[in-house]
Design a protein around this ligand. Structure first.
Ligand SMILES: *Cc1c(COP(=O)(O)O)cnc(C)c1O
Length: 403
């Protein structure tokens, strides 16, 4: 028997990782992952400190809502903790089909398919609709899960300029004739800037050329539209848009993804989507909590109103202080700082002042466009916002961002 040789070389195999990590560190791009010691709420225990929270996507304050928790607890007693199967074999519990019906009705569409997450929803929905002979028209700032779903499909990806229907039309005109069919896909609300895609104009262009339309409404659900019915409702395009992708991990406060729209499309995606066919179903606790979220949204618009009141107040006061809030039209408020190092330092000093607001840099946003991102929610009181504003004013002055 021979002994393995060259152990000295074995270590070298990982040198590329060390070099890449050093590079990230030098460029201030290493992500510092903090640990939460309490539920998602207006205040949270972060790395052992109780701080005002501006980081979670808990738009309506549902993540720690008593009715949601009670629904999850009751579902565990009735259904156990896991379905122990993929949806297509034995994992579809009555809770899943009930939720799909409720989501379709809430959003005013023919049908809905519930999957494990919003990220997965894009992987599930795009590949069945387009393949190697097809073309995808994709907004320059689309979310990573759309980009990955598009790549997975094997279709040619043509990027159009951000929120630019004229450029989308020019790209459709130029490229569509070389392909079998086209799909236009966009975020509804862009998660790093808080701006809204011009869905009315994009739909009009896409429909004129017979191009399928898909919108990812992860940050619009529970936020935009009547009672939080989403970006398609906001534009009054129910029944016009082909596919809506959504998540139940943001305003809905739980976890899960949804593919909603025309019955023909949803039926087809259910047969073809690989994450649906090959990855297990969500747990009873999650699914029941999602149902409770739909109940709460349908029962009252009060939380959605409070979310927008808080947003208007916070954004207005930040502008008065002299901060640049970029293109924000929604509760997502970027505080544009430019330099990644400055954004990190700003976030650190806010934290020391009792405010948790993360800095975001490349590759999540383009180089030189680093920022602090504030997520407004219905869970914050006016006093909370005033405390946050005071911390921003103090740190902004100390670092010379405002005068
Ligand atoms: C957050 C987000 C997702 C991912 O949703 P999860 O449910 O967290 O997987 C997908 N698309 C967009 C646009 C998002 O902002």
């Amino acid at each position: 028997m021979t002994t393995a040789t060259t152990p000295a070389h074995a270590a070298d195999k990982l040198d590329f990782i060390r070099a890449e990590m050093d590079q990230l560190r030098e460029n201030n791009l290493l992500i510092n992952i903090r640990t939460m010691g309490s539920p998602a709420d207006a205040y949270m225990v972060v790395d052992g400190n109780r701080v005002l929270n501006f980081c979670t996507n808990n738009y309506l304050g549902l993540a720690n809502h008593p009715q949601m928790k009670a629904a999850a607890q009751a579902a565990v007693d009735r259904w156990g903790v896991g379905p122990a199967a993929v949806r297509s074999i034995a994992g579809t519990q009555a809770l899943h089909t009930e939720l799909e019906g409720r989501l379709a009705a809430f959003k005013g569409v023919e049908a809905a398919l519930f999957v494990q997450s919003g990220f997965v929803a894009n992987q599930a929905a795009i590949p069945p609709l387009v393949g190697r002979e097809d073309v995808i028209f994709s907004d320059r700032l689309n979310h990573a899960s759309i980009i990955d779903g598009a790549r997975l499909s094997g279709a040619k990806i043509i990027v159009y300029e951000h929120c630019d229907p004229e450029d989308a039309e020019a790209k459709i005109k130029e490229h569509l004739p070389q392909y079998r069919r086209g799909l236009l896909v966009t975020d509804g609300v862009f998660s790093m800037d808080g701006d809204v895609a011009p869905l009315d104009k994009l739909t009009e262009v896409a429909n004129r050329y017979g191009v399928l339309t898909m919108v990812d409404d992860a940050h619009g659900e529970g936020v935009l539209g009547r009672g939080g019915r989403g970006v398609v409702d906001h534009f009054g395009l129910q029944g016009v848009f082909d596919v809506e992708i959504g998540t139940l991990s943001k305003a809905f406060g739980v976890v899960g993804g949804v593919i909603a729209g025309k019955q023909t499309i949803v039926d087809y995606v259910r047969q073809k989507a690989r994450p649906f066919l090959f990855s297990s179903a969500t747990t009873p606790a999650d699914t029941a909590a999602c149902l409770a979220a739909v109940d709460l949204l349908e029962a009252s618009e009060e939380r959605v109103r409070r979310l927008w009141d808080n947003t208007a107040y916070f954004k207005g006061e930040m502008k008065k202080l002299g901060f640049d809030t970029g293109r924000s039209e929604t509760p997502i408020v970027p505080i544009m700082l430019g330099d990644a190092g400055l954004a990190k330092q700003f976030s650190r000093e806010l934290f020391e002042a009792g405010v948790f607001a993360m800095s975001i840099g490349f590759p999540t946003v383009p180089r030189g466009m680093a920022r602090i991102r504030v997520m407004n929610t219905a869970a914050h009181s006016r006093d909370d916002l005033d405390q946050g504003l005071a911390a921003f004013a103090k740190v902004g002055k100390a670092l010379g961002v405002i005068s």
